[in-house]
Design a protein around this ligand. Structure first.
Ligand code: EPZ
Length: 422
């Protein structure tokens, strides 16, 4: 397994290009199952998770071609000859469950392995099942697989989610595009990735209103046609790289960065003493003084502070002036980066869903281990500010969600390299 070596090397300067959103692309790709006509996605990120989704869709009979070095995904589901999403693929990536809604709508049946738990939590699917059953699907759990069928097609319904689940909103919205009649999703997730998916579905001929708000209305249609759609900018990659000049010093411009995608995050950075300026090319970020102030953070569904930026913010708070409390309200086990940061001299006390961080003057480089996608990049951020060398092991986690991470960090002066593992 490869590792990444990073050395604290002082202030950063330059530009970092931000890619298309992994979590938008992983919902957009299964949308191909809703139509017999081709779907082309541009500005696609080059990530191992996209390769996993490609493998899954191909296993169902879809054709997926990766063009222009992976930045264009050309998909076609002219003949789907398999409706079983195999455990071997689904267990690698929870987002595989996003083929459930589209397959049900298109084929009237689907067999999708339960993803099983992952490092950050149990990841149940009760909200997905509740919504799809409301649309008339019969769903049974057998041998770890969800067996879903809708022999008489799907019928519009009013569905209230007791939690604004991103994946459940996406599965239900995609299924509802081909249901008979009107579907209303209440307490829907409001993430930009939901808006992006709705925009793409509307280009395919779907009738959707309200994406981005808590109430989404979908008028079912008989069929959807092909489309070409650009994947929205990745707000989590954006937020991650915004923290590089904040933790290491200097000034960096994030190309393609959009303020509307990171509102709550930028508010917190402002409170901590960070200037974020809109430029023609994106967002420019610079720490106001020599050290940020400690701030408290609570993760919430969009438009609140994103859980996917909690680990990165914790790394910053380890170097802040004062004590901050980070409350993780989305996932039950998303502080695994804390023991690794403590190995670097951080002062963190984790009690259930709260982590209390007391800033230290300087972190110390150390060998650390990546435990999940976002935790791994928080360790690199910490390494940028630490004295000496930090080696982040198990970086396959990183490859899932961050393309060309060494190139992007070294492009602004970070001393970072990838070490080939055995
Ligand atoms: C999406 O996961 C993202 N993944 C996650 O990003 C992100 O952290 C999460 O949304 C929250 O923003 C993709 O989009 C591919 P949820 P998803 O359904 O859809 C509980 C990353 O690092 N829940 O909003 O799985 C669940 O257990 C990844 O890029 C139920 O209880 O998130 C969790 O505690 C990590 N029942 C909470 O809701 C359900 O049926 C949030 O889940 C579904 C979810």
């Amino acid at each position: 397994m490869d590792s990444i070596l990073v050395k604290g090397n002082g202030p950063l300067k330059g530009q970092i290009p931000i890619a298309g959103a992994k979590n938008a692309c992983l919902a957009l790709m299964p949308a191909t199952l809703l139509s017999e006509e081709p779907l082309t996605l541009t500005n696609a990120p080059r990530l191992s998770d996209i390769k996993t989704m490609t493998e899954l869709l191909q296993s169902l009979g879809a054709e997926v071609s990766s063009l222009q070095d992976g930045q264009v995904q050309a998909l076609s589901s002219h003949n789907i000859d398999n409706h079983v999403a195999d455990y071997e693929i689904v267990r690698k990536m929870r987002a595989s469950n996003l083929v459930l809604g589209p397959m049900l709508a298109r084929l009237g049946q689907a067999v999708v392995s339960l993803p099983g738990g992952c490092a950050i939590g149990a990841r149940p699917m009760d909200l997905h099942i509740h919504g799809l059953e409301a649309l008339g699907a019969e769903i049974e759990l057998k041998d770890g697989y969800l067996h879903a069928k809708a022999p008489r097609g799907l019928k519009g319904a009013v569905i209230e989610l007791n939690f604004a689940s991103v994946g459940a909103t996406e599965n239900i919205m995609m299924a509802a595009t081909l249901a008979k009649g009107t579907t209303v999703i209440k307490n829907a997730a409001r993430e930009p990735e939901i808006v992006d998916l709705a925009e793409c579905l509307k280009k395919m001929g779907a009738h959707i209103e309200g994406a981005g708000t808590s109430d989404i209305t979908i008028e079912g249609v008989d069929r959807l046609h092909g489309a070409t759609h650009p994947v929205v900018t990745d707000r989590i990659e954006l937020g991650t790289y915004m923290l590089a000049p904040v933790i290491a010093g200097g000034e960096v411009e994030l190309l393609g960065g959009r303020l509307d995608l990171v509102g709550a995050f930028v508010e917190k950075l402002d409170e901590a003493g960070v200037d974020v300026t809109e430029t023609k090319a994106g967002l420019k970020v610079k720490r106001r003084g020599d050290r940020v102030k400690a701030v408290n953070v609570t993760t919430e569904p969009f438009p609140g502070f994103p859980t996917d930026l909690q680990a990165q913010m914790m790394a910053l708070m380890c170097t802040a002036d004062g004590t901050s409390v980070l409350e993780e309200k989305i996932f039950e086990n998303r502080f695994m980066h804390a023991p690794e940061l403590i190995r670097m001299g951080a002062k963190i006390d984790v009690q259930g869903g709260h982590a209390t961080v007391t800033g230290v003057d300087r972190l110390k480089g150390a060998p650390v281990m990546a435990t999940d996608l976002r935790a791994s990049v928080s360790l690199i951020l910490a390494g940028l500010a630490a004295e000496g060398e930090t080696i982040v092991n198990r970086v396959y986690h990183l490859d899932r969600g961050y393309e060309q991470v060494v190139r992007k960090f070294s492009g602004v002066g970070a001393q970072i390299e990838r070490i080939k593992g055995s």
